[in-house]
Design a binder for this molecule. Sequence first.
Ligand SMILES: Nc1ncnc2c1ncn2[C@@H]1O[C@H](COP(=O)(O)OP(=O)(O)OP(=O)(O)O)[C@@H](O)[C@H]1O
Ligand SMILES: [Mg+2]
Length: 467
Amino acid sequence: MHPATILVADDDAVARALLAEALKKEGYAVEAFASGEETIARGCQGHVDVVLTDIRMGAVDGLTVLRKFKQMSPNTVVVVLTAFGSLEGAVEAIKQGAYDYLAKPFRKDEIKLVVKRSLDHCRLLRENAQFRHALQRTSDCSPLVGSSPAMLEVYKLVARVAESKSTVLLQGESGTGKELIARAIHANGLRRAKPFVPVNCGALPDSLLESEMFGYEKGAFTGAVRTKAGLFEAANGGSLFLDEIGELGAAVQVKLLRVMQDQEVRRVGGTGSIKVDVRIIAATNRDLKRLVTEGKFRNDLFYRLQVVPITLPSLVERREDIPMLVHHFLQKCARGEGPTVRGVLPETMGVLTRYRWPGNVRELENAIEQAVSLSPGPLLTPDDLPEAIRHAAVEDREGIRRSDPASDATLTLEEVEKRHLVLVLKETKGNKVKAAKILGIDRRTLYRMAERLGLNLEDAIEGVKND
Ligand SMILES: Nc1ncnc2c1ncn2[C@@H]1O[C@H](COP(=O)(O)OP(=O)(O)OP(=O)(O)O)[C@@H](O)[C@H]1O
Ligand SMILES: [Mg+2]
């Protein structure tokens, strides 16, 4: 058997060489190219199994390479590499037919695994010519911020599941963005022109919830003065978002299960059934599996709901996204009235990235909003932050001595972050492990952060050592 042919396209010579080297060691026939043009030209010449392409390259970028290969060689599997992960990026790449989407820097074993999976997929493609990737569309709802590996996994799931009708169960702590993701799933699917109807299952007593969800006939109960369609009917053709599904009472659980099985609803007090075509997206911040073992949630309903389970990471599991979220919320605040706060001081960012965030993104959003309304200047100081956050952070800041703050009011958030990173490296005498620890991120994320900020980590470390 011939070794599989793999093309590597990256305009960065170092990344290109590393990738090619690692894959050659695995016994693949690897050919590396520095531009999209050359890669496409090679594709015209003959069989290629897998293409690994960087997104950002000169005139012909990775998405163009992807499109060309999908046209001329639909069975070639394309994996898109990016220095900067986002929902839009993942959706765009997967929409165009990419098999996978990886954010840099990645580990060698990670890339080997992806290539292996791609080759398996290649085989499958050849066997099954009709196989087609579901097309995804970019959403127009509020943006999802974050490019941590944990969020990237979520984006990929969203992109893959959006166009199907599969029931999705979103789990995650309070404030992790479950509703935002539910809306993104709807907005990226075929049903986006149809209604997205949210129902808070915890907000109403059982009997009321039942008549809300399934509707009622005139005279069904005292006060039912006229017939009313339920939310299932309102969501027909679209999606029904069952929020706080863990709060659902036993009676409504039974009814919901029946509607999901039969795809038809019966109004309270009604005799006939009404066909409905509704996609269910459910969410909960409780451990639903545990509620099942405790006998508080029906097992059969649980299995029907968690066809595609998506678990959202808590904010501390993706601390590296905090600076980006802070920036996002500052911009959001800036659209209101009042003076504009343009950034945060390095020590403020330090406090924000070290804090535990039990309320996750919602708590961060509220903290920024509150700080902005209190801040007298264009840069947030730690004193502008809510007291609880300030205090909690003070307790575990021993490692860091106060250094002269970058008080230059014209700094952008990125410059502030960059300065802060250098400051921390200085504090740790260039020790990356310690620096990452203080920043509350892992070492890989430290590299990623430096790359995003355009900072050469090794040079910076040399610099602080010579200081
Ligand atoms: N990735 C994100 N990017 C930008 N904003 C986010 C993100 N995640 C959450 N938010 C914001 O945080 C707030 C809380 O999000 P959301 O309501 O979706 O959380 P939730 O998981 O449904 O919380 P709960 O369990 O308390 O209902 C919202 O204002 C939302 O816009
Ligand atoms: Mg919610």
